[in-house]
Design a protein around this ligand. Structure first.
Ligand SMILES: NC(=O)c1ccc[n+]([C@@H]2O[C@H](COP(=O)([O-])OP(=O)(O)OC[C@H]3O[C@@H](n4cnc5c(N)ncnc54)[C@H](OP(=O)(O)O)[C@@H]3O)[C@@H](O)[C@H]2O)c1
Length: 242
């Protein structure tokens, strides 16, 4: 018996870095994990490594989310699927990018919450949801007009979901990572003129690892967080506190 034996936990974005790390941590903690994304090869590799099951669907399509989650028994969800969009100012933003960032990061997470919470309520065992937001939702970061807006809207979804699902014993929380230095982040955050000033403002003065994001997500899902709901937990080396 483990604290995660109440039912399956769906992790979206599991074909990506933070999502895959979260799957590994949850499986090690004894959870039954359903790893979701679009890239079936990456999901299959993760399943072979960890023993998780997989589910491919597109966060931007309500039909796809409904078909995937409609009949699924779930106890928990990690809304980790996301897209970074562009680095742009309010003056030169591409509004099509804005629409797509919102479609994945905000609307996609809401669709998953919609169909997953129906199943969690139907099962009547309570549950927990963690939404993976960003430091970019808590403070203004240059270039992050679209991405920051999508994650700030996600934060309100976290709070309203906590309010609405609390009476069903379902907790909903958000985490706010700083940058994990993946190849995708490196092209922007790895530039000396961006990285240097940013890290000099951060008390811990370094980027996060995927494991350092996964561990607090697992904590928020678990029994140790049984009285915590509606919070926004920065995982940012203190950047947004200073
Ligand atoms: N990395 C960072 O520095 C950082 C910092 C703060 C917050 N975050 C947030 O943390 C989360 C994970 O980030 P990451 O760095 O692990 O990203 P990543 O490696 O780029 O992975 C992104 C994941 O989202 C999935 N995804 C994207 N669009 C999708 C769609 N339309 N339908 C279904 N799945 C979709 C991808 O699936 P497929 O590839 O299979 O399509 C992939 O699994 C994101 O929400 C991100 O915004 C990241």
């Amino acid at each position: 018996m483990t604290e995660f034996d109440k039912g399956p936990i769906l992790v979206t974005g599991a074909s990506g870095g933070i999502g895959a790390a979260t799957v590994r941590h949850l499986v090690r903690a004894g959870a039954q994990v359903i790893a979701a994304g679009r890239d079936e090869d990456k999901l299959a590799a993760l399943a072979a490594e960890t023993g998780c099951t997989t589910l491919a669907f597109d966060l931007t399509s309500e039909d796809s989310v409904r078909d995937a989650l409609g009949d699924l028994d779930l106890w928990g969800v990690v809304n980790c699927g996301g897209w970074g969009g562009e680095i742009a100012t309010p003056m030169d933003t591409d509004i099509d990018v804005f629409d797509k960032v919102i479609a994945v990061n905000t609307r996609g997470a809401l669709l998953v919450t919609k169909y997953a919470s129906r199943s969690m309520i139907r099962l009547g065992r309570g549950g927990a949801i963690v939404n993976v937001s960003s430091q970019a939702a808590l403070v203004a970061l240059k270039g992050h007009i679209c991405y920051g807006a999508s994650k700030a809207a996600l934060d309100n979804i976290t709070r309203v979901s906590a309010l609405e699902l609390g009476p069903h014993g379902i907790r909903v929380n958000g985490v706010h990572p700083t940058v994990v230095m993946t190849p995708m982040s490196a092209w922007y955050w790895g530039r000396p003129e961006i990285e240097g000033p940013f890290l000099s403002q951060m008390p811990l003065g370094r980027w996060a690892t995927e494991d350092e994001i996964a561990a607090p997500i697992v904590f928020l899902l678990g029994d140790g967080a049984s009285m915590i709901t509606g919070v926004s937990l920065p995982i940012d080396g203190g950047y947004t506190a200073c």
